[in-house]
Design a protein around this ligand. Structure first.
Ligand code: HDD
Length: 716
């Protein structure tokens, strides 16, 4: 199966414009060449056909290889181009994956904004989305504990609009001036560049303590949100407060939210750790494969709005990026849908060169005085200059689909050739004048501003713990347990007692039981109750369990079917057909990758199955669920194979749905080693501790149970 997927992926890659097309993908065609076109011959960068790109021009005689000639401009060009292939990786969010797609509206937000992209329900706006981790470098693993970037470039008819968000709705700091500090503290330590892509070290936690404003965010990063099962199964948040202005000139504050159709699901930590080694590209591969298979990921797009007149009606400052707007106070209004439906053709020119800027907004959308956003508006533009160079907005992936004209000129790598005798405004020809409001110009909202110039913020910015408590209280018991364990893991990696002791004190301000459990685990003084009065409140929408999809689905889930010679072919083919019909991806795993024969068949019968992987080649961690068909001989072989038992036991430990039929039922029971567990002995479907057994083949029953587990498996 896996090889089939890869083969079909390769076929599709050959067709350079595969997947869904859009105005942007058509625009990109002008800059796209297909290397598989049979007419191509290698040329130099200046277009001369080359006969030999393998050997440098040398002075040779019959029996002697002489010196290489500097004259070889082809040789020099090839090496020179290679030497300069790398550009600086992003200073944060270096590791990422992108995809093209579309944004559609099912409800106009014309009551709050004049932006075409948010009001015209007949439009299909092309998008490019890049998901990322924050701390790791470009080659780091996908499944580390970290915030995930969720950056969306909308190629609107009025210009590019970028939402440069994360999968967590709040941020560590309130003021952009602290960004270099929070990132330096989280990145590898400066003396030895250890650790890679981890927040589990002294400096990160030192910073967290010294800035109590980070408390809310680090509760999120210690929760399951920071180890998502897939980019396709996480929310996206604009985080900062923006504004919307409607045709009447009324202004609302706004937050942007994307909620995935597949629900929000996570790994358990042990799984994430192992996958980081077993398949560091897990998320990248997952997104790529889903899109290649036509299982296009979708998100509902929502807005939370607050009229300007109500800015000060909350007990937190709505411009503070360390705060959520609880849904009870500000409901989410879902108005659109984001779909990803086409993989990039080339990683570097698209996913690597795409450049997002929070300052990229379109008429009808504006900034707020959120002090984190204001600094971001400077930083992104600035970083693209060092990453990509002056004319980075002319790169194909960054170019808007609407016309671009102005009197900015020149600079390194300018592509556009602008004809005409003037390059300034005003000019005697009235060439390229500014637009009027009627022509769609961006008109700044006439905001009243008054105050004292000072390096400070309003008093509400000084309260830091209430929402950390709100978040913690709102989690389910298993989510709280995972968070406790995550803190235990992280602080165990800090060897400076000052660091972990102080954090345990901070935790007691949020929840004493949590603080005491973590303190015991990490060898800290056990904190006493803090002076802070707990509010004991909970809020909607914070626990990820609330985001289970309305209709349970196993579409795109990876299911391993474990077999050995002598397996029950009726059970095997039955379950495989049922899973495939439900859109899941069944993979056959066996002790070897050479043909495996069912009961009654042997070499030469032509009735065997070629497994996708052998037991040592893949581990249970890389699958969402495991099914073991019966067959006396097959089970006997699997029983003798320590790895097979480990597969079952590990999948059980990771709270995955496990299915078994016939003789496999007892094998699974023994592997899980739980004497109290109930198992099916006849044809009925029995679910016990998340393990599903059927005495006889009942593919439908298993499928149903996996569907019910729907990723909440991790919390069973
Ligand atoms: Fe940032 C990249 C998200 C605060 C400065 N950021 C970057 C990316 C995402 C975010 C998703 C990767 C974009 C891509 O895929 O190319 N950043 C956020 C969010 C923040 C945030 C949600 C808080 C609300 N960032 C933030 C601050 C600053 C920066 C406060 C600086 C003052 N961020 C950058 C950057 C990056 C970046 C250095 C690195 C690469 C890039 O911009 O294009 O400028």
């Amino acid at each position: 199966m896996a090889s089939e997927i890869l083969a079909s992926a390769t076929e599709k890659v050959k067709d350079t414009m595969s997947g869904q097309s859009s105005k942007k993908t058509t625009d990109l065609q002008k800059n796209t060449k297909d290397v598989h076109d049979k007419n191509w011959r290698i040329t130099s960068d200046y277009g001369v056909k080359q006969a030999n790109t393998d050997e440098w021009l040398t002075v040779t005689s019959e029996d002697k290889t002489g010196p290489m000639l500097l004259e070889d401009n082809f040789g020099r060009e090839k090496i020179h181009r290679f030497d300069h292939e790398r550009i600086p990786e992003r200073v944060v969010h270096a590791r990422g994956s992108g995809a093209f797609g579309k944004f559609t509206l099912f409800e106009s937000a014309a009551d709050v904004t004049s932006a075409g992209v948010l009001t015209d329900t007949s439009r299909e706006t092309p998008v490019f989305v890049r998901f990322s981790t924050v701390l790791g470098s470009r080659g780091s693993a996908d499944t580390v504990r970290d915030v995930r970037g969720f950056a969306v470039k909308f190629y609107t008819e009025e210009g590019n609009w970028d939402i440069v968000g994360n999968n967590i709705p709040v941020f560590f700091i309130q003021d952009s001036m602290k960004f270099p500090d929070v990132i330096h503290a989280g990145k590898p330590e400066p003396n030895n560049e250890i650790p890679q892509a981890q927040s589990a070290h002294n400096n990160f936690w030192d910073f967290q303590f010294l800035h109590s404003e980070t408390t809310h965010m680090f509760f999120w990063t210690m929760s399951d949100r920071a180890i998502p099962r897939s980019y396709r199964m996480m929310q996206g948040f604009g985080v900062n407060t923006f504004t919307l202005t409607n045709d009447k000139g009324e202004r609302n504050f706004v937050k942007f939210i994307f909620t995935p159709e597949l629900g929000v699901h996570s790994f358990v930590w042990d799984e994430a750790l192992k996958i980081a080694g077993q398949n560091p590209d897990f998320h990248r591969h997952d997104l790529w494969t889903a899109i290649e298979n036509g299982a296009y990921p979708k998100w509902k797009f929502g807005i939370q709005t607050i009229p300007e007149s109500q800015e000060h009606d909350f007990d937190f400052d709505i411009l503070d990026a360390t705060k959520v707007w609880p849904e009870e106070l500000v409901p989410i209004r879902y108005i659109g849908e984001l779909e990803l439906n086409r993989n990039p053709d080339e990683f570097f020119t698209q996913t690597e060169q795409v450049a997002f800027c929070t300052s990229h907004i379109v008429p009808g959308i504006g900034f707020s005085d959120d002090p984190l956003l204001q600094g971001r508006n400077f930083s992104y533009q600035d970083t693209q200059l060092s990453r990509l160079g002056t004319n980075w907005e002319e790169l194909p992936i960054n170019k808007p689909v609407c016309p671009v004209m102005n009197h900015n000129r020149d600079g390194a790598m300018r592509h556009t050739i602008t004809k005409g005798t003037v390059n300034y405004w005003p000019n005697r020809f009235e060439a390229a004048p500014p637009a009027t409001a009627q022509e769609g110009a961006y008109i700044e909202y006439p905001q009243k501003v008054a105050g004292i110039k000072a390096r400070t913020k309003s008093p509400k910015f000084r309260e830091h713990i209430n929402q950390a408590e709100l978040f913690y209280n709102s989690l389910s018991a298993p989510e709280q347990a995972h968070l406790t364990a995550a803190l235990g893991f992280e602080l165990d990696h800090c060897d400076d007692p000052v660091v972990y002791k102080r954090i345990c004190e901070r935790l007691s301000e949020v929840d004493l039981t949590l603080a005491q459990s973590v303190a015991e685990m990490v060898g800290s003084d056990v904190p006493q109750a803090s002076k802070r009065q707990k509010h004991n409140k909970k809020a909607k929408g914070l626990s990820q369990l609330e985001y289970a999809p309305a209709t349970p689905t196993i579409a795109t889930r990876r299911i391993a079917i474990l077999i050995a010679d002598g397996f029950d072919s009726v059970a095997y083919y039955g379950i495989k057909a049922a899973l495939t019909a439900a859109g899941a991806l069944p993979f056959t795993i066996a002790p070897r990758r050479n043909t495996i024969y069912p009961v009654g068949e042997s070499k030469g019968s032509g009735k065997g199955v070629v497994p996708d992987h052998h037991l040592e080649g893949m581990r249970s961690t890389l699958f969402d669920s495991v099914f073991v068909p019966g067959g006396a001989q097959s089970i006997q072989t699997l029983r003798k194979n320590g790895r097979a038992t480990h597969w079952i036991r590990e999948a059980f430990g990771h709270l995955k749905a496990i299915g078994a039929s016939g003789e496999a039922v007892q094998f699974v029971r023994d592997a899980c080693d739980l004497p109290g567990m109930e198992f099916s002995t006849s044809g009925e479907v029995v679910e016990s501790y998340g393990v599903v057994t059927v005495g006889q083949v009942n593919a439908e029953g298993f499928k149903e149970k996996v569907e019910m587990a729907k990723g909440a498996t991790n919390f069973v």
